[in-house]
Unconditional design. Structure first.
Length: 148
């Protein structure tokens, strides 16, 4: 049985933010499939923000982040975006967000290497689809915003 620390009905609605501890904020973004949302996190310190995961690459998610930037971040810069893994709902807006917030992307070496390997193989049509996905997520070998 699942235990909900804030009660199942007290989850933030998509695009809204809930403080769960000092400087720790929980937000949800909508997803266009059976799992209809993703939980994301904002961490605040004295001089800026850390974003944990990005949401899927969609106009709706970009608009939600733009609203959060204006309404919630209090003119403090986003210092980094941390991507936990390469699922499209976790890394989907990585390229757009690093440009929008002008900050680096932090990702584990293994996840980065997996992405690079997928992008290096271009002759297999199945892998070409994967390459197009990661490029739409913002991957570019020369993009200095990607950090290992």
């Amino acid at each position: 049985m699942l235990s909900y620390p804030f009660g199942k009905k007290k989850s933030p609605t998509p695009g809204t933010i809930k403080e769960v501890a000092t400087g720790v904020y929980w937000l949800r973004m909508s997803l266009p499939f059976a799992l209809d949302h993703i939980n994301l996190w904002l961490l605040e310190d004295e001089d800026g923000w850390t974003i944990i995961d990005t949401g899927i690459n969609s106009n709706q998610t970009r608009e939600a982040w733009e609203k959060i930037a204006v309404d919630f971040l209090n003119n403090k810069p986003v210092k980094r975006i941390i991507v936990t893994h390469l699922h499209p709902d976790h890394i989907g807006l990585a390229g757009w967000m690093t440009e929008y917030f002008n900050c680096p992307l932090w990702i584990s070496k293994k996840e980065y290497e997996l992405c690079a390997k997928i992008l290096e193989v271009t002759r297999n049509p199945i892998l070409q689809t994967a390459i197009q996905f990661y490029q739409s997520a913002g991957y570019n070998k020369t993009n200095s915003n990607f950090r290992v």
